[in-house]
Ligand binder design. Sequence first.
Ligand code: NAD
Ligand code: ZN
Length: 241
Amino acid sequence: MENIKSILNPNKRVGVLTGAGISHESGIPTFRGAGGYWKEYKAEELATPQAFQKDPRLVWEWYDYRRGVCAKAQPNPAHEVVYKMETYFSDFLLITQNVDGLHRRAGNQKILEIHGNIFTARCTSCSNQFSLGNEALKEIPLKCERCGSLTRPHIVWFGESYDTDLLDRCYSFLASCDVLFVIGTSGQVSVPVYMAQYSVSKGAYCIEVNPEESTVSHFANQLLKGKAGDILPKLWEELTN
Ligand code: NAD
Ligand code: ZN
């Protein structure tokens, strides 16, 4: 902790990269932990373009269920600390793999949602995007308000490419970041791991927060082993008192 305190001050450029683990204590299941199943399906079987092509209704039903879970969940103390970081450090960026919207609800505005957002739908034909709100859908699969074509969740599924503009913005920040927190990610999705590796190769000090080791652990400078909702408020108190 002394080491961390000495390298973190308000003038630092600080990045935070989050995964499903930070929302676990808000009651949102991770993909790879217990609860990563819906009915008999594994998350990785449904979050794919192939699954949507085969059965758009099934995939929409799963997202409708998950959006309901996200709408009822509340940001937890870890999300609150990540919001405090944004107001404390002069230069800050939050990169999240989470689609649950909890970081925004905790107050973060300097945020890039690289895997999309579960509260947004997108037309498969005209690319029109629209907000879904908190209520269950009345029509599944949902049709576009503008052209009547099939819509899909505005999510980057397994095997799909990322928005290159978003990636460029991430990498340009990570190129000169002093400290990078990696919180609650298993590292099974490769792009966020590359991002962290890139930042470390450019000189960032990487602090990981996770109860388990991940693929990030072997190159992180420090692993704070435990739940984000326990570790981050303690770290924040030490840092700011
Ligand atoms: P993952 O399910 O692969 O891994 C979760 C990680 O969180 C694990 O390493 C686990 O040890 C850790 N973890 C569990 N509880 C924790 C806690 N209390 N504090 C800190 N860490 C904890 O998640 P991933 O790496 O984010 O990859 C899954 C993909 O699925 C992502 O692409 C993401 O977009 C999507 N996803 C999003 C949500 C969400 O929005 N909340 C939920 C599930 C999956
Ligand atoms: Zn359309």
